[in-house]
Every structure is written in C-alpha cells, then in structure tokens.
Design a protein around this ligand. Structure first.
Ligand code: SAM
Length: 208
C-alpha cells in the first residue's frame, strides 16, 4: 500500500467497524480484511463506475459490504466506528462530518485527509463538538497530505486550530510550511495573509 494510505491505516485503534467513505479503489478499507478486531468493513462511494468496479473486485458475503451512496446520506447505527474520509475537498468532508456526527457516540472516530480547501474545513471543524486526537502531514509521490484524527467530544478540549499545531513539528511539516508559504503568497485575501503571517512568525505555540 502507498505511504499516504499506510499513514491513514496507522490511525486505527481497534475499532470494530471500518468505513471507507469515498473509497474509490477500496484499498484502504479492504486492508482491514485480516484485522481480527474488525467485524465489518463498509466501502462507500456514490459513483456508479466505482461501484461496478468494487462489485467485480471484492467478495461481499463476509466482512465487506459495498454501499452505493454519498457519505452525507449514510445511516450509521453501529457503535465503535472508524470512519475514513480521504481524497475529497474540504467542503464535501465538512458536509459528511456534519451529517454523520449526530449519529456517533464518543467511541467512534473520523480520520480525514482533505485534498483542497483545508483552511475552510478547519474553520468548520473547530466549531463542532470534536476533539483533535492527532494531526500530521505525509509526503507521498511528490505531494503533501494532511491527516486529522477526530473524536466526538462535548468538553471543548483540544479543538482543531485554524492553522494547525502539531502539523508543523515533523520534518515533513517543516517542508510543508515552506510549500504553504510559497503557495499562499499568491493569494491576497485576508485569511491567506493571516495564514502566511502565522507560518512565518508565530508557529506553533500562538496558533489561533
Ligand atoms: C480521489 S478519490 C479518493 C479515494 C480514496 N479515498 C483515497 O484517498 O485514495 C475520491 C472518491 O470520493 C468519491 N466521492 C465524491 N463525493 C463523495 C461524497 N459526497 N461522498 C462519498 N464519496 C464521494 C468519488 O466518487 C471518488 O471515488
């Protein structure tokens, strides 16, 4: 499995139900097939083409179930879920989390990897009853990927920050910081300028 998917998989903490939302190839979800603590794997995708390929690829009479649906329309009634949402924009991921969060108990978790609109998604996530368990950046095949692990939580403890905290601590995080400064220098809106200011001067302790 490629490094990005390995990093997502490494966020597993013994949950019994694994959801791969927007699964496409299904490699992430199906990689839990031989994990004894996983009772059920749900491969979810709204694309008919993807769904047809999944049907040809996976045997679904056992642990794996295929669901042809948008993440926003899922009905989750199982406990102890790990819900992966990777490779979509921040807007879609935010919508899916808004739909699913009321259905989840605190023993479930989201592990997400937005590919676009990450700052916008962070703004939304910090307003929701979610605790940030972990954030990291992974460099894979010439691109950076941000991964956030989130848990339903009403205490207001360890909210997602606007611009990231632990994200910048690793070697990959430092390279990502340089890349983000270059990229956002082209953007003149106020939020982008605040982000650049944060990246240059105030990381990480005074994160908003
Ligand atoms: C780029 S692929 C990512 C595949 C895999 N998750 C990964 O990270 O390698 C994005 C997938 O998300 C699916 N998708 C798009 N909008 C979605 C939504 N609202 N809910 C669930 N899946 C969605 C697409 O059909 C596509 O298969």
């Amino acid at each position: 499995m490629i490094k990005r998917l390995e990093a997502l998989k490494a966020c597993y903490q013994g949950e019994s139900h694994v959801w791969d939302v927007g699964c496409d190839h299904g490699l992430l979800g199906s990689s839990f097939l031989h994990e004894p603590r996983v009772q059920k794997i749900f491969l979810v995708d709204p694309s008919l083409d993807v769904f047809d390929k999944l049907k040809d690829t996976y045997i679904t009479d056992g642990k794996i179930e295929l669901i042809h649906s948008k993440g926003q329309n899922l009905k989750i009634d199982t406990k102890n879920n790990l819900i992966f949402i990777a490779g979509m924009g921040g807007k879609e991921i935010g919508e899916i989390i808004l739909s699913l969060l009321p259905l989840l108990q605190s023993c479930s978790r989201f592990v997400i990897s937005p590919h676009r609109k990450i700052l916008e998604l962070r703004s939304l996530l910090r307003e929701l009853p979610l605790k940030l368990e972990k954030e990291e950046v992974v460099w894979d095949k010439g691109q950076f990927y941000v991964i956030l692990s989130l848990k339903p939580d009403m205490t207001g403890e360890k909210k997602v920050s606007l611009f990231g905290d632990d994200l910048w601590q690793s070697e990959a995080g430092e390279h990502y910081r340089q890349q983000q400064i270059q990229f956002f220098s082209l953007h003149k809106d106020e939020k982008s300028q605040q982000y650049i200011d944060f990246l240059i001067h105030r990381r990480p302790s005074s994160s908003p």
